[in-house]
Design a protein around this ligand. Structure first.
Ligand code: CMP
Length: 140
């Protein structure tokens, strides 16, 4: 399988509960390398651009409000099949449906406040990584 890069976000519900290290451990234990990482506080407008694909969904406003409610940790993960591997480690969007041992099963509070985001495909990973990071910040 090819070496890929994917964008990961540790969301406000998780940073508020001081879970960054525990989540990073799960990512690293799965063989993903954190090749870039920074803690930022998004504005609602910046969150809105990131989640533009969901602009027509009923939860869009609530989602943007939440993502701007406290700091997030944005990171680039690298590894074999990193996009799918990260989605496996995260677990299902709704924590009630997430497999045991996954990040969302252990830490997420609800479908909206679900602790982590991960890119869903190579094209979206490239766009999402470039939204937060310059090429020189990716240290593989
Ligand atoms: P994420 O993987 O970051 O991508 C889009 C996000 O929208 C998703 O995780 C959830 O946090 C959020 N989301 C999806 N469905 C709902 C919902 N029904 N209500 C609130 N937020 C949702």
């Amino acid at each position: 399988m090819a070496i890929e890069r994917t964008l990961s976000i540790i969301k406000p519900d998780a940073t508020k509960r001081n879970l960054t290290g525990k989540i990073n451990s799960k990512l690293e234990e799965a063989g993903l390398r954190i090749i870039a990482q920074k803690r930022i506080h998004l504005s609602k407008a910046q969150a809105g651009v990131f989640y533009e694909v969901h602009a027509e969904r009923p939860f869009y406003d609530e989602l943007c409000e939440f993502m701007a409610s406290a700091p997030v940790v944005v990171q680039v993960l690298e590894g074999e099949g990193a996009i799918l591997k990260n989605r496996e480690v995260m677990g299902a969007t709704n924590p009630a449906e997430a497999a045991p041992g996954t990040i969302r099963a252990e830490f997420a509070e609800s479908v909206g406040e679900n602790s982590v985001h991960g890119s869903d495909a190579p094209e979206t990973a490239a766009v999402e990584i470039s939204y937060f990071f310059a090429g020189l910040e990716l240290v593989g």
